[in-house]
Design a protein around this ligand. Structure first.
Ligand SMILES: O=C(O)COP(=O)(O)O
Ligand SMILES: [Mg+2]
Length: 229
């Protein structure tokens, strides 16, 4: 299926641009160990990413995606995790194959490019910087910039308004059901990558407009004689 050529592309961070789980899992587990608790398999942590680092840590503390630790434990864990993750945002995290080629291809479309993530800004900007792609984005909307984050459409609509681009001329690229829900509610097209996290569930179940195995496949989905800048 062909998609309308966008004037704005917004790209998710964890699970889409960057395989960040190796650092997130190491930091979460080191936090648990320092609290005298048992660490988890990296595969478990992978299922807990996507709703912000605080939520990831809460899930790790109780070993349950829907669970919540008691507030005293949470309050002890958060500063330990924040200090570790600030130190290790990009120690083990890597860009996925095809990301840089995909960003190059988007630049040739002449569209505006932003990053919309649920990760807090204090970790988002250093991660993008350390992996050498911060300069690719004209706008970064982190998880703590607005009162609501994905699956709310707010961060996507904020970016569209920032660039004065209509939602129907905008495309979100993400890896999780939050990206699909946010894009649908905002009136964006939605392309998903097959390799991301999505809480362990195949993203095709969310029925995005298209699914790609690599970011450099996205540009070929766009009709080149419609829209554009
Ligand atoms: O859960 C997070 O911290 C970030 O997740 P996202 O980049 O996939 O929105
Ligand atoms: Mg993601």
């Amino acid at each position: 299926m062909m998609l309308r050529r966008p004037k704005l592309i917004l790209i998710d961070l964890d699970g889409t641009l960057v395989d960040s789980v190796p650092d997130l899992a190491w930091c979460a587990n080191e936090t648990l160990i320092r609290l005298g608790m048992a660490p988890h398999d990296e595969s478990a942590v992978r299922c807990w990413v996507g709703n912000g680092v605080d939520r990831l840590l809460e899930r790790a503390l109780v070993n349950d995606i829907d669970g919540m630790p008691d507030l005293e434990l949470r309050a002890r864990a958060i500063p330990i995790f924040y200090e570790l993750y600030a130190e290790h945002t990009a120690t083990r995290s890597r860009l996925y194959p095809g990301v840089e080629a995909g960003l190059d291809a988007f630049a040739t479309l002449g569209c505006r490019i932003g990053c919309v993530t649920n990760k807090a800004e204090r970790f988002t900007l250093p991660l993008l910087e350390k992996l050498g792609i911060l300069g690719r984005f004209e706008l970064v909307v982190s998880g703590d910039k607005l009162p609501e984050r994905k699956p709310s459409p707010r961060p996507l609509l904020y970016a569209a308004e920032h660039f004065r681009v209509a939602p129907e001329d905008s495309t979100m690229i993400g890896d999780s059901r939050s990206d699909v829900a946010a894009a649908r509610a905002a009136g964006f097209q939605i392309v998903c990558v097959s390799y991301g996290y999505n809480h362990g569930v195949d993203i095709r179940e969310e029925r995005p407009d298209a699914v790609v195995d690599s970011m450099d496949e996205v540009v070929a989905l766009f009709e080149l004689d419609t829209a554009g800048p």
